[in-house]
Write a protein that binds this ligand. Structure first.
Ligand code: SAH
Length: 261
């Protein structure tokens, strides 16, 4: 039994409209032994409705962190899981709640894991979903598939607790890894650098990007690079840019400037 893993699992709520739902989430989390609540630009917070719905989990509202962006909220996490009731155009690795919780709990023994939940009216944006390593979907009635936000958090955090209670051994496939897995922030910076380089070498047309970056993000999120691998990938991009700029400077007849680049 490793209930301690639960302390490395955070719940991230993106732009929640109703403060009552934030309170409901706090209660659901405390009932299941989760404590790290992160709020991304909540519409109204702090608020009495949140306190009322939180019941005896009120202190969770005081310790909740508030950030402006999802990127800031998950920056320190090595596994980011987005929860969504809907299928998206480009499929993403998708797990049912039980398997998702087993993976979250297993990985929480080595790094922070984020469970991300969307807005009451329109869920998570495509960009937000593309910032996740994998997605989780609660198999609900297809004719009315969208659960109340706090109910969705309840289901997933319950599964995490059951997985933690069941977990007698470390089943993470990366448990014996020699390097820490890259954080969400390292991945985000890599994507910015990759896009910039792909534009510079003329592989990505900024005016007709199609789904190139989405497909590349999916590829990298699926492979779960570690910190060392991320440094190598960043190094390849930096060298590519330097060589390209040197060639461009040489062609323009200013090699000295290129040497200093
Ligand atoms: N109407 C929105 C759903 C909002 S419900 C939509 O169509 O996307 C608020 C949040 O609860 C969702 O963003 C999601 O994170 C979670 N949620 C609700 N139902 C879910 C389900 N069946 N599976 C997984 N997450 C769900």
């Amino acid at each position: 039994m490793s209930l301690t893993a639960l302390s490395n699992i955070c719940v991230v709520l993106v732009e929640t409209t109703h403060p009552g739902n934030i309170g409901g989430v706090a209660r659901a989390m405390k009932n299941m032994g989760l404590s790290d609540l992160r709020l991304v630009s909540p519409k109204r917070f702090p608020h009495d409705d949140a306190v009322w719905r939180a019941a005896s989990a009120g202190e969770m509202l005081n310790t909740a962190t508030v950030t402006e962006t999802l990127a800031e909220a998950v920056a320190d996490c090595g596994l980011v899981i987005g929860s969504s009731a809907r299928d998206r155009r480009i499929p993403w690795p998708l797990l049912p709640p039980r398997q998702c919780a087993a993976q979250a709990v297993a990985e929480a023994s080595t790094h922070k894991v984020a469970l991300v939940f969307g807005r009451e009216d329109r869920g998570l944006t495509n960009d937000e979903l593309r910032a996740c390593n994998l997605h989780v979907c609660i198999p609900s009635n297809p004719e009315y598939s969208s659960l109340n936000l706090a109910m969705a958090v309840q289901v997933i955090s319950y599964e995490c607790r059951v997985a933690a209670l069941d977990n007698n051994e470390d089943i993470s496939a990366m448990a014996e890894w020699d390097q820490p897995v890259a954080t969400a922030e390292a991945m985000r910076q890599y994507f910015v650098h990759l896009e910039e380089t792909l534009v510079e070498i003329g592989f990505l047309q900024p005016r007709a990007p199609k789904q190139l970056m989405t497909r590349l993000k999916r590829l990298y999120h699926r492979t779960r690079p570690d910190e060392m691998e991320m440094n190598i990938l960043r190094g390849i991009l930096t060298t590519t840019q330097q060589r390209l700029r040197k060639l461009a400077a040489e062609a323009a007849g200013t090699p000295d400037q290129a040497e200093n680049d």
